[in-house]
Write a protein that binds this ligand. Structure first.
Ligand code: PNS
Length: 164
């Protein structure tokens, strides 16, 4: 049974993430979406539990997906769960340098390979950090994240267009 790992901060999950997870699920028997417990980037907007809960809801239509969390090295988590590969989305050339470095480091550490899926063009500008920023200042992100996530952002920051 081939198991893939889709790791990330998912703070919050975007339509771009869902696209990559769905496409990965077509190629592997099982996909473990691995949410990092403490994202390195500043303070996370959503707690680990909230990030996992949103992922569970938005991936609910996929039968071969598990949502887990990890701390420490991704390769250790991969070994514990018998993962065969890491799968990442590549949005643009700007992603490539760092992703290649991480893929090579992970390969050196444990022998695990990383497969890259090209992000669908309609999502190539999307990132969780930009979504957070736009939502924080009242921009409309409803076409960029699942409806549930848009609702959570609205609860945090208020509705798009409302004075804050
Ligand atoms: O969604 P993100 O923030 O781009 O995800 C980055 C993540 C969590 C995949 C990456 O930071 C990671 O794998 N962190 C775990 C720590 C680790 O294994 N570091 C060595 C990577 S070569």
């Amino acid at each position: 049974m081939a198991i893939a790992l889709c790791p990330g901060s998912f703070d919050p999950v975007t339509n771009g993430h869902v696209d990559i997870i769905e496409r990965t699920a077509r190629h592997f028997d099982e996909v473990i979406v691995a949410v990092i417990r403490n994202p390195q980037k500043s303070q996370s907007l959503f707690t680990l539990e909230e990030r996992q809960e949103m992922l569970r809801e938005v991936c609910g239509h996929l039968s071969n997906i598990r949502i887990e969390y990890f701390k420490g090295l991704l390769v250790d988590f991969a070994a514990e769960h018998g993962a065969d590969a890491i799968v990442k989305g590549l949005r643009a050339v700007s992603d490539f340098d760092y992703e290649l470095q991480m893929a090579q480091m992970n390969q050196r550490l444990s022998g695990i390979d990383t497969f890259f899926i090209s992000t669908s063009p309609q999502y190539s500008f999307l990132s969780s950090s930009l979504v957070r920023e736009v939502a924080r200042f009242g921009g409309d992100v409803s076409s960029m994240v699942p409806a549930l996530v848009a609702k959570r952002l609205e609860e945090r920051f208020g509705r798009a267009g409302e004075p804050r």
